[in-house]
Write a protein that binds this ligand. Structure first.
Ligand code: THU
Length: 132
């Protein structure tokens, strides 16, 4: 079973409500659909020591990886931004580690942009490129 884009955005919005963002006040939610069909969600989690904060996208992806997933169909990311939210560079690199899948960017106003990992991070660093 595969979720629709709107269904995945809804999961990301629900995750956003769980965000722990007392310092920035900027809440982000993410939901990634693994090849298994299971959905893993994430929200940003901040810390008094700001550099220890973690993005919603990476939490969702790391939760999935820690459950044994390795491939993804799509990820949705939502925040209260002007226009669809733009994932940070670190999260783009983490997405690229697991291939080229669909990325759905959205905001609270219902604006949506559909893109891909390769489009978001052309030329991603990849140690495996030299393996063959
Ligand atoms: N944040 C995310 O969760 N994802 C992104 O792609 C960009 C930034 C979070 C980190 C921090 O808690 C807050 O947004 C402000 O930077």
């Amino acid at each position: 079973m595969t979720l629709t884009v709107q269904e995945l955005i809804k999961k990301a919005k629900e995750a956003k409500e769980k965000a722990y963002a007392p310092y920035s006040g900027f809440k982000v939610g993410a939901a990634v659909e693994a090849e298994s069909g299971i959905i893993y969600t994430g929200c940003n989690v901040e810390n008094s020591s700001f550099g220890l904060s973690m993005c919603a996208e990476r939490i969702a992806i790391f939760k999935a990886i820690s459950k044994g997933e390795r491939k993804f169909k799509k990820i949705a990311v939502v925040a209260n931004t002007k226009g669809p939210v733009s994932p940070c560079g670190a999260c783009r690199q983490v997405m690229a580690e697991f291939g080229n899948f669909d990325v759905i960017l959205a905001n609270d106003d219902g604006e949506i942009e559909q893109t891909t990992v390769d489009q978001l991070l052309p030329g991603a660093f990849d140690l495996r490129r030299d393996e063959n």
